[in-house]
Ligand binder design. Structure first.
Ligand code: ATP
Ligand code: MG
Length: 173
């Protein structure tokens, strides 16, 4: 299974991001836009791994909020993204996910964590520059992380949530 660990986005955040995608389209940015169902915030990309690793997923120390900030592009990966306001709690959460994966001997992409939500791939920017689009300061509360299975159904890329942290831990306390 192709796996990754990510924060599932709230309906409000997804709505704001979908509106943002529409404004980018209107501003003339042609790209392969991410299906709204597939929007997520990756914490660790694992790739091929045979087992369900849900029991390893940490919960945040306490629920915390994240807020969208600005849009940007990663030139090398050729993606256009929405950024998250700097958050110590979010970095801590990603670090805890990665520490647990390491301890369990599960390989993952150990590149620096740069919190972003991919909105579009292979963007072609009008005039070579990102349009000036404000993001509404929409946010959400993070109280768990999810295990996603990346697969294809009839050529369509689908990310399916197959596990979520904390349900049992919460009941145990
Ligand atoms: P495709 O690879 O078909 O273009 P995709 O990149 O959306 O589609 P996956 O490659 O399965 O699908 O990636 C799932 C998620 O993990 C995406 O958020 C992607 O950006 C991220 N991801 C993929 N590869 C890596 C990697 N090597 N390091 C960090 N994150 C990655
Ligand atoms: Mg990929």
């Amino acid at each position: 299974m192709r796996l990754f660990v990510a924060v599932q986005l709230s309906p409000d955040v997804k709505r704001a991001l979908t509106q943002l995608q529409n404004r980018l389209r209107e501003a003339g940015v042609s790209a392969r836009y991410v299906d709204p169902d597939n929007l997520h915030l990756t914490l660790a990309f694992i790739g091929e791994w045979p087992d369900d690793i849900t029991p390893l997923l940490p919960r945040p120390e306490a629920p915390f909020s994240i807020t969208l900030t600005h849009i940007g592009v990663f030139k090398r990966a050729n993606v256009l993204w929405a950024g998250i306001a700097p958050s110590r709690e979010l970095f801590d959460l990603a670090a805890r996910v990665r520490t647990r994966l390491t301890a369990a001997g599960i390989p993952f992409d150990a590149g620096a964590f740069t919190p972003h939500i991919t909105l579009a791939r292979k963007p072609i920017l009008p005039g070579g520059a990102l349009p000036q689009i404000e993001i509404p300061p929409v946010g959400m509360t993070v109280d768990s992380v999810c295990l996603y299975w990346s697969h294809r159904i009839k050529d369509k890329l689908v990310y399916t949530v197959i596990g979520r942290s904390g349900i049992c831990q919460e009941d145990d306390t």
